[in-house]
Design a protein around this ligand. Structure first.
Ligand code: SAH
Length: 234
């Protein structure tokens, strides 16, 4: 089995590479991919760079070029739900592109013809994440993630995204990765640890907590990888 682990920024994959220790580095399509054997499975790891286009390219490359059969994303996000605090974990059950807008033609936000407002994540990996959470004694919120090519640091925009998509968290890569995996029939799991509240203090909060939240997410993702491997061996 070959599993992809992706992030958007270097800090999101650094803790994973550190844990693996040894890996092979390949340059492809103007990005760096890391390959390692871990507990008998092949891993391909990369950070895409920020945003929907780069994350689409990386997810596609991991599947089509490196042969990934499952994809797990680890990273940070802004909170929309008032329940979520810095460092809390969110698992996406469905994702939408909040900046995809042809509403002028009467379509709902996030929709284009032959597409869908939401893409659903793999239910069996979400179930496995609940086992991981209870084994780690952590609480993980299952919810909706909204994605767009903008760092949201504005209460009004955040509330609009919350109201329009019932989103619990927002970030800049999840929904594009979801579209790719859905189209190519690769089960995917998107995990985010909160770095900020997407409000006027978001950039300060992000700078302060991005690295610690990225580590929280990466630790959980590696436990998820262990669980997926164990489950696959059964
Ligand atoms: N500080 C960085 C830019 C970070 S962009 C720089 O200067 O290079 C924010 C990244 O974290 C994206 O990858 C996105 O997925 C996630 N993210 C965290 N909080 C976010 C928010 N409030 N709005 C949008 N994306 C957010």
């Amino acid at each position: 089995m070959r599993i992809a682990i992706m992030g958007a920024m270097p800090e999101e994959v650094a803790p994973i590479l550190k844990k693996l220790g040894e890996y092979k580095t390949t340059e492809y399509a103007k990005n760096t991919y890391y390959e390692a054997t871990y507990k008998g499975v092949e891993l391909v790891i990369a950070y895409s760079k920020i945003g929907k286009v780069f994350s689409t390219l990386t997810a596609t490359t991991m599947i089509e070029h490196f042969g990934a059969e499952k994809l797990l994303f680890s990273g940070v996000a802004g909170a929309v739900s008032p329940e979520l605090r810095v460092g809390d974990l969110v698992v996406a059950n469905k994702l939408s592109q909040h900046d995809l807008d042809i509403t002028a033609f009467g379509h709902p936000s996030g929709f284009v013809p032959e597409g869908a407002v939401f893409v659903e994540a793999d239910a069996s990996m979400i179930d496995l994440s609940k086992e991981v959470a209870s084994e780690m004694g952590k609480s993980v919120k299952e919810g909706i993630i909204a994605t767009g090519d903008q760092f949201v640091a504005n209460e009004e925009r955040k509330n609009w995204i919350g109201d329009t998509f019932q989103a619990d968290a927002l970030e800049m890569e999840g929904a594009s990765v979801a579209v790719v995996c859905d189209a190519l029939d690769v089960p995917f799991f998107i995990l985010r640890a909160i770095s900020d509240a997407a409000d006027m203090d978001a950039s300060f909060s992000f700078d302060e907590f991005m690295e610690s939240s990225a580590i929280i997410s990466a630790e959980f993702i590696m436990k998820m990888v262990d669980k997926v491997i164990d489950n696959n061996a059964k």
